[in-house]
Design a protein around this ligand. Structure first.
Ligand code: PLP
Length: 374
């Protein structure tokens, strides 16, 4: 199998499985218990938090473990602005976990404003600045698009927003950027940043919310006061250990320049075959969105699956929904959107596999266009 849907999820590293196994088999004690095994389990959580914080350039106490990035994003919208009155601004390119959380605020009467996306795949910065004002309490802009891999310059955007809306808290959904974009988190200037472990070789069901030191936020869940009183519920010790192990392995194994070179090679191959690359803004290097003319992505996806090639066609979690809100926001027509496939790489992607897959995808698309499949 050649797996090229790593933006949807990644294969779990053996080191992460081992770490989770150890935590379940041997270190299964409640980390909030006061006897020595409980204390040891708590210590493991703090070690994991430090490992992840060091890797991304944050302070350990700024990271709160959650069950997934969807939870982190929802937390910010539901509780991040608990006492604030005013408008909320998001970009048109947000993942559905931000977009729908903002929509639910809108349904409750909050003034939610949406900044347009450009055809390059970034938020239209001037339009965004035009929407924020002294009453803006929250702004959310995705760091790396899960559809195209295009990077929003979050540091500059955050600075620009805060200059115009000093009261505003700034959130970025960093799921596809976490550890893949080099900038340290504390240097971005953001107040909140969401991440998910399963995009990095760890299991599904664990994520985190970065909350800048000094930023006040209401707890996501009340109860026993775990996670510094911010997210009650017994911590998921096996997956927290796995998350830290995956982060360490990703740091060791990943060669972003090599991944970007593979992506560039694939892009060139597709362009030579008459395809269009979606989003020409600066790319993380891990995601390639290709508009294949004259074919339906879903059919192409199923046909290449028969060759053992797994590709995506837009965000997996939006799979059930029709169309693609983000690609539409970039100006693609419904017909173009129908033909968009998403190829996403990871540190374990071999160049030869990716090239072989691109060849088969192109040949299959040619056959589909000429009606020569079956
Ligand atoms: N945000 C982005 C940009 C994503 O790509 C995803 C997952 O596809 C999520 C949020 C949701 O992450 P999780 O599966 O951890 O809820």
């Amino acid at each position: 199998m050649i797996y090229l849907d790593n933006a949807a999820t990644t294969k779990v590293f053996e080191t992460a499985i081992d770490a989770a196994n150890t935590a379940m088999r041997e270190e299964y004690f409640n980390p909030n218990a006061t006897y020595k095994y409980g204390v040891a389990a708590k210590k493991n959580i703090e070690l994991a938090r430090r490992t992840i914080a060091d890797a991304v350039g944050a302070k350990p106490e700024e990271l709160v473990f959650t069950s997934c990035a969807t939870e982190s994003n929802n937390w910010v919208f539901a509780r991040g602005i608990k006492n604030a009155k005013g408008n909320v601004v998001i970009s048109a390119g947000e993942h559905s976990s931000v977009y729908e959380a903002a929509t639910s605020l809108k349904n409750r009467g909050v003034d939610v404003r949406i900044a347009p996306f450009t055809s390059s795949g970034t938020v239209d910065e001037n339009a965004l600045y035009g929407l924020v004002d002294a009453d803006t309490c929250l702004v959310s802009v995705i760091h790396v698009s899960n559809e195209t891999g295009v990077i929003n310059p979050i540091k500059r955007i955050c600075k620009g927003v805060k200059a115009r809306a000093p009261r505003a808290l700034f959130h970025s959904d960093g799921v596809q950027a976490f550890l893949k974009c080099a900038e340290p988190l504390d240097g971005l200037g953001v107040d909140f940043y969401s991440a998910s472990a399963h995009k990095l070789g760890a299991p599904k069901g664990i994520g985190l919310l970065y909350i800048k030191q000094g930023v006040n936020v209401a707890p996501f869940m009340c109860g026993g006061g775990q996670e510094n009183g911010l997210r009650s519920g017994t911590q998921n010790t096996p997956y927290i250990a796995a998350y830290a192990a995956a982060v360490s392995q990703f740091k060791r194994d990943s060669d972003s320049a090599e991944i970007a070179a593979i992506r560039a090679e694939l892009a060139e191959m597709f362009v030579k075959r008459g395809c269009k690359i979606v989003g020409d803004g600066e790319n993380s290097g891990y995601i390639l969105c290709v508009c294949v003319p004259g074919v339906k992505a879903e059919i192409l996806q199923n046909l290449v699956h028969e060759h053992g090639i797994i590709i995506g066609k837009g965000a997996a979690c939006a799979g059930a929904k029709r169309g693609n809100r983000v690609l539409a926001a970039m100006g693609l027509s419904p017909k173009e959107i129908e033909g968009c496939i998403r190829i996403s790489l990871f540190c374990d992607t071999a160049r030869a596999d990716a090239i072989a897959a691109a060849q088969i995808i192109s040949e299959t698309a040619d056959k589909l266009r000429s009606g020569n499949v079956g």
